[in-house]
Design a protein around this ligand. Structure first.
Ligand SMILES: O=C[C@H](O)COP(=O)(O)O
Length: 250
């Protein structure tokens, strides 16, 4: 049985004071959440102070990005040990904004994934198609290609412990959610592709989230789908009240 993961991705939002205030509020609101994992992937500058607040609560922390080298002349990048030192359990790898705006390639993301596994960081690997690909009917090919390229050389045991996030680009920040049936159809396909690439046990174990305009009012029907194991939430994770409602979707 897979435990759902509700992860907030704050993107480039919240100063340290704002971040601390929000997790202080959130920790009380989600303290009684059962059978769900909770994470906030915050801007790097916020994580140290947030880590002091989340302590032994049920909120885990994640980074929004991570480089694949341990140290060196890589201005502005964050190493795995740096993000672990501020309490990160998770790291988002390959968010579409990193791919599209910052030109991150599938090869680079493959290196980042392998580095995450080597450092006991749970990667949340984002995959998903653009609107033009959905309209052309090539969205299945797109996610299959991303899985093959990003997971190249990755062992089954690592895949079992990672998180995949299916995020159609046309649903991110647009208020336009994939219907639960659309999300289930492609997430089921992603699980079947993992089975083809690895085996049935790996496909059964890997958690696959949906991301793209998940809100308190639509989370329940999304989570009712058998293959959807949580959500990667942008806008609605910025307010403690709305994110807590998503965490406590039942
Ligand atoms: O990482 C989160 C996704 O990009 C979804 O963002 P959104 O919930 O604001 O659409």
């Amino acid at each position: 049985m897979r435990t759902p993961l509700m992860a907030g991705n704050w993107k480039m939002n919240k100063t340290v004071d704002e971040a601390v205030a929000m997790v202080n509020e959130l920790k009380d609101l989600v303290a009684d959440a059962e059978d769900v994992d909770v994470a906030i992937c915050a801007p790097a500058v916020d994580l140290y102070a947030m880590n002091e607040v989340v302590g032994d609560t049920n909120i885990d922390l994640g980074a929004q990005n991570m480089y694949y080298k341990e140290s060196g002349a890589y201005t502005a990048e964050l190493s795995p040990s740096m993000i672990k030192s501020v309490g990160c359990k998770y790291a988002i790898i390959g968010h579409s904004e990193r791919r599209e705006i910052f030109g991150e390639t599938d090869e680079l993301l493959n290196l980042k994934l392998k580095t995450a596994f080597a450092n006991d960081i749970v990667p949340i690997l984002c995959i998903g198609e653009k609107l033009s690909e959905r309209e052309a009917g090539t969205h299945f090919d797109r996610v299959k290609f991303q899985l093959a390229a990003n997971l190249s050389g990755v062992e089954a045991d690592d895949v079992k412990n990672m998180v995949l996030a299916y995020e159609p680009l046309w649903a991110i920040g647009t208020g336009k959610t994939a219907t639960p049936e659309q999300a289930e159809e492609i997430i089921k396909f992603i699980r079947e592709t993992v089975e083809e690439m690895y085996d049935a046990d790996t496909a059964e174990a890997v958690r696959i989230q949906y991301g793209g305009s998940v809100k308190p009012h639509n989370v329940k029907e999304i989570m009712a789908q058998p293959n959807i194991d949580g959500a990667l939430v942008g806008g609605a994770s910025l307010e403690a009240e709305s994110f807590s409602k998503i965490v406590k979707f039942k």
